[in-house]
Design a protein around this ligand. Sequence first.
Ligand code: FAD
Length: 420
Amino acid sequence: MTETNWAGNIAFGAGRLVAPSTIDDVQQLFAEASPGSVRPLGTRHSFSPIADTPGTLLSSSGFADANEIRISEDRASVSVPGGIRYGELARALEAEGLALANLASLPHISVAGAIATGTHGSGVANGSLATAVRAIEFVNGSGEIVTLRRGDPEFDGAVVSVGALGFTTRIELDIEPSYDIAQTVYRGLPLDALLESFDETVGLGYSVSLFTTWSDADTIDQLWLKRRVATDRPAPSEILGARPSTVAMHPLPDVDPVHCTEQFGAPGPWLDRLPHFQLEFTPSNGAELQSEYLVPRAVAADALREMHSLAPQIRELLLVNEIREIAADTLWLSGAFETDTVGIHFTWKPLQDAVDALLPRIEERLLPLGARPHWGKRFHADADTLAALYPRFDDFRALAAHHDPRGVLRNDFLRAKLAI
Ligand SMILES: Cc1cc2nc3c(=O)[nH]c(=O)nc-3n(C[C@H](O)[C@H](O)[C@H](O)COP(=O)(O)OP(=O)(O)OC[C@H]3O[C@@H](n4cnc5c(N)ncnc54)[C@H](O)[C@@H]3O)c2cc1C
């Protein structure tokens, strides 16, 4: 079997890919599995060997209820199968006049895979996608069905799980009435002015993303402002001298924006504005790699100054940097654990050796500021380094040992990054 991840940079070492159709099948598989022989697999959008195993990859696509969405009577939550993609879920919710608080930049990822890795969108008051989780059901490494609800002692450890506790079967998420977003793209934001008023600038709307290629190292190329039409202030006529674009923009220079979500302040439903790319289109062909560091927002300006000083090296390998905001949460392995953060994201050219060689230099600058690497993207730091960044690191390791005492789910990634 040769299966790869979405980007094609990881060829899974697994001997087989299994799509069980019932929870019983998953339980039996775990009960019979030997140590280090099973990994849950989502939609394969991670850039590291996080999901790899020499044994069996376990897909959620075969479940009998693989598309079953259950909206609660009070319309405040929805129960979904772990393998559902955000795009399908968003369409089903919107058809009912309902919404999620936030989405990542693309809708093609599974809910279980996204929450396991701390995947996020943007917005100073928006937590990562995992913060919408009210309850999680998984088959643990011993084959037992476990259900944890918000407030249960283990819950905060079990949501951002990096797939180390078991196979997530169902997830209950917070929802709210549907809402409209209007998106305006501004061009040419002077870096110095931004760093002097970082919090005010990224707080100008419900969700703000900054894009830059460092082609002019003193200017951030684009600011994407996504306002909640009913509650946010109108779009300003300029932001620190940056003016609204008069042409539709793609985050990458000189790329046709035809697949980007609508701009020019035209209101539209949340699911057609929060992602940068339209639901129907794959944002790119996979010819890229990604890394991201979640930096405390209080030191975002210092972190960006560090990146500015590395711009000549970064620029060589970079397609684009995206800077987003994630609100603090209480999830043990979240990049935003107890800290309002800013994600400094790198979309790299698909030059893995060169990218991997540069990452330690970036980490030398960012990790001392408290930056935590995104679990689903490429990074260099090992378990000793990460332990110092996550106050509940050892508690998570104990939780993993409790739910997977035989180490059925263990793989090289978990050994290297979590000492599991
Ligand atoms: C083009 C692109 C855009 C992206 N945009 C963003 C973005 O905007 N924001 C962001 O934060 N990240 C982003 N990412 C990263 C991505 O969201 C994460 O890598 C996420 O994990 C992908 O989900 P997946 O279903 O593909 O998971 P996979 O890569 O398949 O798996 C990731 C982890 O989740 C575990 N897992 C998967 N399914 C289950 C399950 N049922 N039970 C238990 N564990 C499970 C796996 O074991 C593995 O450890 C992007 C990636 C790509 C390729």
